[in-house]
Structures are given as structure tokens and as C-alpha cells.
Design a protein around this ligand. Structure first.
Ligand code: DGY
Length: 319
């Protein structure tokens, strides 16, 4: 019998996390649903968290005062009431870094699929619109080569995107954020204001975390500053975008196209307007969804929990 009680609040996490936790803990697993978590959380010392539900006061009250640590298997934690955790002295860790490569791969996929008009091309085949007569003006793309790429939020993911896109012979990388960063200089990216980035970029790639400042930052005003040939890509969180404004911009061709791995709501209903736009390429929040990355995230989250339970520093603490 292990010393600590841990609730794994998602039955789909990789085995590696169970194996790590089992070395020191009694592990109980429940389904991800809020009701199921509420039914199982009482009396646990730690929780392994992988959920889009809110981690809030109600869950923490139900857990009880012995709860010491929560390890989230995600980089983002906008659905977690971090202030409440701080107040209660509950430690909380996330899994940044290990998913940078996977998410950056997804950003490149979205840049390519949106700029090469993947949806329109596929639909043209399915609807017999691909004609035998060659049309030199048909489904022309916007090149990444020679373009200006703007990264909004130059963290690990943004940097990994730059490293990849360098191979595409991008003319210029710009980025924006709170301050100029030495890492930006190291990869040859220029620090600019958000306004400047929106006005000059051919590809605008959102890699910002979701918080009060970034919520709905991509709105009608932002889209109106972008070039009509611009491509907007989002691998951060759907709520950084005012989605009706994005849909209007795409419909009215005020921007060329969008590639979205994140949107609101998630899951996106199958009849959602975003899916009807030929210039919008959508994937179902798969940024970190590779076997290796999910294993690394699970391992890190489990080790964060064990460390905290044993009184050692977490590897990647938030609080
Ligand atoms: C994260 O970890 O925040 C990614 O969005 C994957 O869910």
C-alpha cells in the first residue's frame, strides 16, 4: 500500500504516469467528467488533472483540506483557479516545454493547409469542380517562402515554430509580447508592437497563453489591421479570438484564410459555421497529441505530484 492517496481524474492517461505514481501512492482512477471527479475526490492527497472542466472552489471544497498537490497534464491552465489554490496552499504544476515540438508541428501544418487552400482543393475534387482544362489562376496559394511571419507570444512554442519555418525561407520573423527577449534576437526575430505585427505579417501565429489580457485579443479591430492576404493561425486557446469577428473577416475575405487547432466551444459542434468556411482549416485541438509528447507530459505531471508529496520542489511548478 502506498503512503499517499492520488486521484487520477482521467481514465485515458498514458501508463507511464500510473507506473510512476504507483511506486509511492494508492492510485484511484475516475472518468474525466465533473460529476465523476466530484464523487471521487474526497480525502485524496493529490490529483492528476487532465480536463477541460473548471478546477474550482467547489472541487477543492469537496476534496478537503488534506489536498496538497495537483499536477496537470497540460501546459495551459486557464481553466484552473490558481488564486484559490494559492490561498489554500495547494501546490500546482503544469507540463510546459515537452509539448513545444508537437504544437509547433501543428502550427506549421495549419500554416500550410490554410495557405495552400487545402479545404477548397479537397472540396473541388469531391464536387467535380476540378476541370481538365488547365486554369493558371485556380486555387492560388500564398507562399511561406519570402513572407513575414509574426509570432504573438514568443515562448517555447513560438520559438519552435520559428526554427521550423526557417527551412521555408521566410524573409522576416517578427514577434510581440510584453518585452523584447534575448531568445528572439538569437533566432533573428525582430520585436515589434502588436499593431506593427498585425500590419506587416503575412502569417500571424497566436501562441499566447489565455488570460484576462489576451482574451478576445484577436477581434474585428485586429483583423482589420491585417493584410487582406494574411493567414491567421491559432495554436493557443480559442478564447483568445473573438470568433464571430474572425468568421466575419473570413467570410468577407478581409483576411485570406485561417488555420485553427483551438476554438470555442470545444468540442466544436459538427454543424458549426467555422466548418462551413472554405478558407478555414480546423483541427480538433490535437497540438500535443503525439504518443511521445503525451508520454512526456504524463511523466512530468506524475513526477511533479510525487516530488511535491515528498516535500521536494516540483520540476515545473506554477504555484
Ligand atoms: C496544453 O497542454 O495546454 C495543450 O493545449 C494540449 O491540451
Amino acid at each position: 500500500m502506498g503512503k499517499f492517496k492520488v486521484l487520477v481524474a482521467n481514465s485515458t492517461i498514458p501508463d507511464i504516469a500510473h507506473n510512476i505514481l504507483k511506486t509511492e501512492c494508492d492510485v484511484k482512477v475516475c472518468e474525466e467528467g465533473r460529476e465523476s471527479i466530484l464523487q471521487n475526490i474526497e480525502g485524496v492527497d493529490a490529483m492528476f488533472w487532465l480536463s477541460h472542466y473548471k478546477l474550482d472552489k467547489e472541487l477543492l471544497d469537496k476534496a478537503g483540506p488534506q489536498l496538497k498537490v495537483i499536477g496537470s497534464m497540460s501546459a495551459g491552465y486557464d481553466n484552473v483557479d490558481v488564486e484559490e489554490l494559492k490561498k489554500r496552499g495547494i501546490k500546482f504544476g503544469n507540463t510546459p516545454g515537452v509539448l513545444n515540438d508537437s504544437v509547433a508541428d501543428m502550427a506549421v501544418l495549419l500554416c500550410l493547409a490554410a495557405s495552400r487552400r487545402y479545404i477548397e482543393g479537397r472540396q473541388a475534387i469531391e464536387q467535380s469542380l476540378w476541370k481538365p482544362e488547365l486554369n493558371a489562376q485556380w486555387l492560388l496559394a500564398r507562399d511561406i517562402c519570402g513572407s513575414t511571419v509574426g509570432i504573438v507570444g514568443l515562448g517555447g512554442i513560438g520559438l519552435a515554430v520559428i526554427h521550423r519555418l526557417k527551412c521555408f525561407n521566410v524573409a522576416k520573423f517578427v514577434y510581440t509580447g510584453h518585452k523584447e527577449k534575448p531568445e528572439g534576437k538569437a533566432v533573428g526575430a525582430e520585436f515589434v508592437s502588436l499593431d506593427e505585427l498585425l500590419k506587416t505579417s503575412d502569417f500571424v501565429i497566436s501562441c499566447v497563453p489565455l488570460n484576462k489580457e489576451t482574451e478576445k485579443m484577436f477581434d474585428a479591430k485586429a483583423f482589420s489591421k491585417m493584410k487582406s492576404s494574411a493567414i491567421f493561425v491559432n495554436v493557443s486557446r480559442g478564447a483568445t479570438v473573438n470568433q464571430p469577428d474572425l468568421i466575419a473577416a473570413l467570410k468577407e475575405k478581409r483576411i485570406f484564410a485561417a488555420g485553427l487547432d483551438v476554438m470555442t466551444p470545444e468540442p466544436l459542434p459538427p454543424d458549426h459555421e467555422l466548418l462551413k468556411l472554405p478558407n478555414c482549416f480546423v483541427t480538433p485541438h490535437l497540438g500535443s497529441a503525439s504518443t511521445n509528447t503525451r508520454n512526456k507530459m504524463a511523466e512530468l505531471a506524475a513526477n511533479n505530484i510525487l516530488n511535491a508529496l515528498k516535500g521536494q520542489p516540483m520540476l515545473t511548478p506554477v504555484v
